[in-house]
Design a protein. Structure first.
Length: 161
């Protein structure tokens, strides 16, 4: 970005306040299709590019699941990881009301409320992962350990094998 002032999201402010190191990447995002499309556009590995999904359990509690962009959430494993009988993905139209973030800009850091969060354990295989920065066109690069800390998350297997 030239001399323009870089946008700061709620997630970035939280990371800075907690002195958790990260790097931000700003990119042009005319339309959001999915995380695979963004990784392809930016030449990034699917294995280190993570998407954030929000689900609702049988108990009506909300949960956040973070997994590689090219993988699919196993709802049974996800439910078990948060102690629910079952979970289902939140409808796209409800994401902003529940999290404060829009589809494509959703991150587990700085949602309206702290939800129980699980990131796929494959994150621990990498020195750095990429997650949404809290707005379309912004990514955060940080260590998996710092992401787990910032999102108050745990790492478990939550995807289909």
């Amino acid at each position: 970005m030239a001399k323009e002032k870089a946008v700061k999201t709620n997630a970035m402010r939280i990371l800075e306040k907690r002195k958790i190191p990260y790097r931000a990447n700003y990119y042009l995002c005319d339309e959001f299709i999915d995380g695979v499309h963004i990784a392809d556009k930016l030449g990034q590995s699917y294995d280190v590019s993570f998407k954030t999904l929000v689900a609702i359990g049988k108990s009506k509690e909300h949960y956040v699941f973070v997994l590689p962009v090219h993988r699919e959430l196993d709802l049974k494993k996800a439910a078990k990881s948060v102690g629910e009988k079952s979970v289902e993905l939140l409808h796209v139209k409800d994401i902003k009301d529940v999290t404060g973030y829009i589809r494509g800009g959703c991150t587990a850091i700085g949602m309206k409320k702290q939800f129980k969060t699980v990131i796929h354990s494959s994150c621990l295989e990498h020195s750095e992962i990429i997650v949404s920065g809290g707005a379309l066109g912004i990514q955060l690069f940080l260590t998996p350990q710092n992401y787990l800390l910032a999102a108050n998350a745990k790492a478990e297997d939550i995807i289909f094998d």
